[in-house]
Design a protein around this ligand. Sequence first.
Ligand SMILES: Cc1ncc(COP(=O)(O)O)c(C=O)c1O
Length: 241
Amino acid sequence: MPAFMEPFRIKAVEPIPFPSVAGREAALTEAGYNIFRVPARLITIDLLTDSGTSAMSAAQWSALLSGDESYAGARSFERFERVVRDLTGYPEVIPVHQGRAAERIVLHELLGEGDVSVSNTHFDSTRASVEAAGAEAVDLPVEYDDTAPFGGGIDIERLGRLLAGDARVRCVVLTVTNNANGGQPVSIGNARAVRHMCDEHDVPFLLDASRFAENAYLVISRSPDMTDRTPREIAGEIWLS
Ligand SMILES: Cc1ncc(COP(=O)(O)O)c(C=O)c1O
């Protein structure tokens, strides 16, 4: 495959709006310069998020038709559950409609007033859930170095100091990849070290695995000793770390 092109053809087109400069300025003023409050119908190119911005493959679209939407006991759910269990090794699978719903459920269970959540970087909706629970969100990303292959991890030394101190740390959230910090990948070594420290201090280790597949791909492409590994194997290691 030539390196300069993507190996697919895009089959669907969707019209996009082209509001005038005056219209865009009015929308921004009306939203109080909070980009979350600008209606999507006024956005030409959405740089707020990567969610929902890519096209689905022909195989994904056709799977929608053969999917089983039964009210109870759906075959599609059984398949989903099997794949998640197999990938993560976790027995319990609770589906949610979006990541922010999962964050809301878990973080409101774990956190209260005066508690602390630590992360490589809390994604914006994660931070919102932490703060809505009355807790403090502390980001401890590794120091930026544009030559390092894995710029997405947690600063292990600072995490150690925080866990050993007086702060009421109630969870550590490892965001894989580190979306709010340049989408940098997290190494398996960093994930293992974080998991180990959480176990030592009896603090729940939470994985925000929104981009576990991309992380697995980047681990392989940036680790000379892993070229014979598959993304599927590496994806499994993030959970069993
Ligand atoms: C790292 C990360 N965590 C959580 C979320 C929230 O997920 P959702 O948009 O499905 O609510 C996102 C969304 O992009 C994300 O990138």
